[in-house]
Design a protein around this ligand. Sequence first.
Ligand code: SF4
Length: 369
Amino acid sequence: MNVSELGEVMTSLGEPKWRGRQIAEAIYRQRIVDVEEISTLPKGLRQKLTSMGWRVGRPTVVQVFTSVDGTERYLVQGQLDGLTVETVWMPEGDEGETGDGLDGESEGGTEDRTGRKWDRGTICDSSQVGCAVSCQFCLTAKLGLQRNLTVGEIAGQVVAVLDRHGVEVGRDRVNLVYMGMGEPFLNYDNFMGAVRLLVEEVGLSPQRMTVSTSGIVPGIQRFAEEGPEIRPKLAISLNAPNDEVRSEVMPINRKWPIEQVVDAVRGVRLRAKERITFEYVLLGGVTDQPKHAAEVAGLVRRTGLPAKVNLIAWNPGPGVPYATPSNDAVETFRGALRSAGIPAYLRRPRGRDIYAACGQLKRTMEQMN
Ligand code: SF4
């Protein structure tokens, strides 16, 4: 619930509306998890709320998978129907924000409750249980769409991870990527509702958030209307050098081909120095050849957008018929883009051994056994 919804609950109980602000302050800023401990509310009101069944709806982390590289993958359970999604914590990030033009430098280290030091972290958040977009390289696609996550479930995953690592918003440097399970722009209202909560109430910066879309044009058009005080940065999951290959790898391209996606992106009013990110998963032998790099460079240049390319070497998953590109192919690809004047960065694969890396989230335990 946002402040205004909390205020409505208060007025329905005969309390002043501003008590909604007090509650928001307690549960989002101070991250209090028990109604009884909200000391700004009169004791009688706390007891009344508890006896009526009101509680702070934090999602539960039901399982944690820890990678040798420090990445943690969580199975997070909502409180509605017990369905789980996955959220990932990457201490030191994955370089995904490098070259965005908006991110600051590192600001010293912090020790979390597991005793590990980190200078900065990245949280990868899910927006749906499963996904309806059939990207051929992605394990989540195999689940199909089970349901949309609610505003509280999308924001709650993030708050659960902040709590787990003792992150102090404003002090610690934390990036947030909406790149977990699901297509955020096919659950637009709940996704943006969660962004609003995380920015306005929890205090995270939208300039440290990136949402990635497979290219849902109506969603991008709505996103273009959001103000800079709330709008995360935008990444387009490109993954192919042209429409022909993209339609094979990402069938959604048949509905909204590259040019239509780029046209919609042109409507987004970028902040000073902000860049659009094109995410590009390199599939061995399929999209990682030098001729593909030349095509991608031409495509990105023709968009006329201030842009950069994030390269991701495909992360293997059971039952997905692709090959990981060789290190040579990846370096050659990046070199070709850079020589063509396109800023290109390599995203470090994080948590591959625990199926936490890009395209590997599938609400799985069986694969870990
Ligand atoms: S890559 Fe993203 S949009 Fe595509 S199927 Fe996977 S979760 Fe869905």
